[in-house]
Design a protein around this ligand. Structure first.
Ligand code: ACO
Length: 332
């Protein structure tokens, strides 16, 4: 029987207008453009402003643009899965709200939370629904309003994150393109180094949790850095070896954009040149679930059918993984 694979057939990104620069952050906390640039590679990030605006707005804008760009009608979509660590509410799922805002009615939709590996986990999950032959058009959304859980008085985290939405259309193909292979891993003991302390069922919101600033990202940067740099490089090399790929076979590495130093270390371990790596962290910061699709969206016109692409991510959980993808279309 011919193998059905899931192929990306269209991609879209959406960022809000407001730009938070390193210069502006230097007026808010004790930091500098020089520190942020040399330690992280980030220069500026987009922030979603406005009362009542949340992650679903970032996702819905990306989905509306995707439908328009790909000439797809909302009623053709079978399933929408949203990767997010910053849901609009604890329930219902942000995917459900995005569907409502983007005019997708009566479809199957749910969220996946794997922090910065969310997009990777969601793409892998969505691909299974296509490969079984059950669904023909699936949208994967990666959206995060990180500014909603960032403490803008904490210089160790507030310089890192930005807000963005993205949307990917997945469709079946019997050609030798699409999602070829993946590796996904979890180590829940890593949660002590990267989490949000309050607002969940263990520690619901109280006056005390608010006073203690426990509704923001808590990160032990150095501990997370050590895991991220090792695991992202290991898993990228592992997926290459598993598929018999040499560094010269790789057209692009698309790494999660958390820190330029982690990205460069991963590329070095894979033996690939810097010009084979998609990097836009300088303009967006870490947008959690949206970083990988924002890269593919920006580089879309340079991608060719059959290009060998490795997607790699590491995030809270800890979660990490890689996807080996063969790009499915030439520039349109
Ligand atoms: N400006 C100036 N100084 C700063 C800043 C800042 N913005 N932030 C920290 N510092 C200071 C620290 O206070 C410390 O000072 P001290 O030596 O006097 O104590 C010094 O700089 C060094 O701090 P480190 O934390 O050791 O800095 P490091 O080089 O590790 O960089 C960073 C910090 C950028 C956070 C890095 O550790 C990192 O990228 N970690 C991994 C992030 C990541 O990959 N997260 C996973 C994905 S996120 C998710 O899943 C939601």
């Amino acid at each position: 029987m011919t193998k059905i694979r899931a192929a990306i057939t269209s991609i879209n990104g959406w960022v809000p207008d407001y730009l938070l620069t390193n210069g502006e952050l230097s007026k808010m906390v004790d930091t500098s453009d020089e520190w942020i640039t040399t330690r992280t590679g980030i220069k500026e990030r987009h922030i979603l402003k406005g009362n009542g605006k949340g992650t679903s707005d970032l996702g819905a804008e990306a989905v509306k643009g995707l439908l328009e760009k790909s000439g797809t009608s909302p009623d053709e979509i079978d399933l929408l899965i949203c990767a997010t660590a910053t849901p609009d509410m604890l329930f219902p799922a942000t995917a459900n709200i995005i569907c409502d805002k983007a005019g997708l009615n009566n479809i199957f939709s749910f969220d996946i939370n794997a922090a910065c590996s969310g997009l990777l986990y969601t793409l892998i999950t969505a691909a299974q629904y296509i490969e079984t032959g059950m669904y023909k058009k699936v949208i994967v959304v990666g959206a995060d309003k990180m500014s909603s859980i960032v403490d803008y008085t904490d210089r160790t985290t507030c310089v890192l994150f930005g807000d963005a939405g993205s949307a990917i259309l997945l469709e079946p193909t019997t050609e030798n393109v699409g999602i070829m292979d993946f590796i996904a891993r979890t180590d829940g003991s890593g949660r002590i180094h990267l989490h949000q302390k309050a607002g969940g069922s263990v520690k619901p919101a109280t006056h005390e949790t608010i006073d203690a600033k426990e509704h923001f990202v808590f990160q032990e940067g150095q501990a997370v850095f050590k895991f991220a740099v090792t695991k992202m490089a290991d898993v990228s090399v592992e997926i290459m070896e598993k598929n018999g790929l040499k560094s010269e076979d790789i057209t692009w590495l698309v790494p999660h954009q958390a820190n330029l130093r982690i990205i460069e270390a991963t590329a070095r371990r894979m033996g690939i040149r810097k010009d084979q790596v998609m990097i836009n962290i300088q303009r967006y910061g870490n947008t959690t679930s949206a970083t990988i699709p924002l890269c593919l969206w920006e580089w879309e016109n340079q991608l060719r059918k059959g290009d060998n692409i490795i997607l790699s991510a590491f995030g809270g959980g800890f979660t990490w993984g890689s996807i080996y993808l063969k790009w499915a279309y030439d520039p349109k």
